[in-house]
Design a protein around this ligand. Sequence first.
Ligand code: FUB
Length: 459
Amino acid sequence: MKLQMTNRIASLLVLFSLAPLFGLAQNPIIQTYFTADPAPMVHDGTVYLYTTHDEDETVDNFFTMYNWRCYSTTDMVNWTDHGAVASLSDFAWSDKTNGAWAPQCIGRNGKFYLYCPIHGDGIGVLVADSPTGPFRDPLGHRLIVDSENIWHDIDPTVFIDDGQAYLYWGNPALFYVKLNEDMISYDKSIGNNGIVAAEMTKEAFGENEGRDGQHISNYTEGPWIYKRNSLYYMVYAAAGIPEYIAYSTAPSATGPWTYQGFIMKRADHLAFTNHPGIIDYKGNSYFFYHTQELSGGEGFKRSVSVEQFNYNPDGTIPLIAPTKEGVKESVANLNPYKKVEAETIAWSEGVKTEGNSKTGVYVTQINNGDFIKVKSVDFGAGAKKFEAGVATSSKGGQIEVRLNDVNGQLLGNCKVKNTDGWKKTSCKLTKVEGIHDICFVFKGNDGQLFNFDWWKFKK
Ligand code: FUB
């Protein structure tokens, strides 16, 4: 899992090339790992984002993906890392050691169902009592038993319409089943033993612009289904490789679909794949996708990005440009007087996260000069003290608390000494009032300095 030194240097070089922009940049939204195939889910006032995970070391020049990760936010600018919430090893029936491809999670009756494709081995389902797990396999076998070809059974998208759940999936064709209320079985009385193949016409999914002469429609993979104002939307990766994002609409969850055109065209920093996820949250609409910007152009090392957008008055979706700025405004402020997980990050450079059952997720691989930025922190009438949960068995270092940016005003300097396990460290601050971005800049000698689990300000 550890970033090799050469990769670390490469990553830093890429990040330094973004340096003039990072004050503005919000994309990609996760910098500690390569993440792709975003699947956002709004639950109980929080956005949970499920992603795939492109490993730092690509094997055999192909997708190298072993687990699925989860992040959450309540403000759309700071993302809390919940770690790898599921992995290939959760599916005892599969002997695949690679292929943790694009998932989606949905809640029903107090449980959370994570639909996971294993490339070349079909689609499984995991269930948990919380959006962040722990997830377990309730079936002990795959959920989808071959559409037409098991290699087509990837990229599930799930949606509940008036009590009826639908699971769509597929590359290069689109299939669906009507899930039973248990969400782990489906109605076998329709289609081919329960599996219905959507009609891949050019009217439904756009005209194939000659990508390989084999496909009638533009649809490629990565479907994302939802309903808004009684219109059903199917958004998907289109036009082969490099992929664009396109969409179709329908008067029902099962069609008939009408092609509506592109949402995101190819741009320089996009990867050869792309993958959509769309939500409405706190009165705004957000479009999730992935790029290869963080890796400096490696298509097997992608990163999730987000753009805010507005639907046209007739419900159609405008063409959305991929930007570095991403979400410009938070939709809530962060309360610094409650313990905040250190892995709550608007932008970071250099650090990674890890987790275990005792501590949960924490920030690690902290070296001199690395930093974490959090946005829209509401200090109200003023904070005078900073506390942090840290651990180090080496010499430690310092956490510089800086206003707004990595070179911003130094508010305080918190020393981290050899802690012999997790310890609280604290320091006095120059009083800070109102709403600000805050940067934790890590300083010390060569090598890894310490681990960082949480922080809190005091009045
Ligand atoms: O991430 C692996 C595969 O690439 C996904 O399943 C597809 O949607 C494409 O993004």
